[in-house]
Design a protein around this ligand. Sequence first.
Ligand code: SF4
Length: 349
Amino acid sequence: MVNAETLRAKLLAWYDAGARDLAWRVGPADNRAGVRADPYRVWLSEVMLQQTTVPHATPYFLKFTARWPTVMDLAAEEDGEVMAAWAGLGYYARARNLLACARAVARDHGGVFPNSEEGLRALPGLGPYTAAAVSAIAFDRPTNVVDGNVERVMSRLFAIEEALPDGKTELKRLAGALVRDERPGDWAQALMDLGATVCRPKSPLCDRCPVSEFCAGLAGGEPETYPRKAAKVARPHRNGVAYILTRGHEVALIRRPPKGLLGGMLALPTSDWRAIGWDDQEALAAAPVGADWRAVGEVEHVFTHFSLTLRLLRADGDADGFIWTPRAGLDALPSVFLKAARAGLSNLL
Ligand code: SF4
């Protein structure tokens, strides 16, 4: 039986002694002295960290906060500038939600984030996890902050056999039972640190774990096998053609429609993406302009919900209706198109 108060005390003491130094974090000593993290920075970091590692997100966070130090600065920026700065972080719907949320904070709240979970939750594009995290970390409110790391820690501590995703409700309940009014922001971050650095997905470092004496998963001998997972559904595969039209040192780009996958982003023109492959005739018929198209290879890309093979066709030409972009400017493309452009232009660069 886990003694919640002792477990909390041990984990918080561990956090006090070795909290990760993160660009957006106020350390535990400062936090105890009443210094609070800037809600804008906490919110921005949490949005960036969804599906992205700390080392990958940190340079983006530093770039964003140097360029847009406050939510008002971000809210006033043009969509294209923010989208371009986001390129490489993936999941572009998040960048669109980021802007919608920043503008709502600027317009409806005078640039000040609401200080309650409910108030945060009412902002556009700000989900329950982010609302709980900002509320705990920036406002020191006792909210239940549960992401994949916390689910993993709970599933191991309590040896929960119910497989994900059904088991999420119980894991959330267990995490909630450990939240107290005392130091809720530090508690949330201590759990995050434990999941990220010690209770790691593949090989947990149980001999360094401050709460190992309470861990039912470790006592059972196979802590790394938690959380249990339901059998995986195969990710569907799609096929498409990307067209690389060059005019001297420029490449023809388009802006994708605002809604849908990679909405509003700069892109190479492509065919539809479909389950069956594209033969040569179909690929030529779907080209955005008539030109002397040549096959120059293909690239693979994996999105969250499907994988994609893009055949690459390249031609020299000129036409209206494109965003002609110097090759040096292609870095602002989302990863899939940057990969396609680099592969398709490789023997020209
Ligand atoms: Fe995770 Fe191991 Fe600690 Fe259990 S003892 S919480 S499995 S690191």
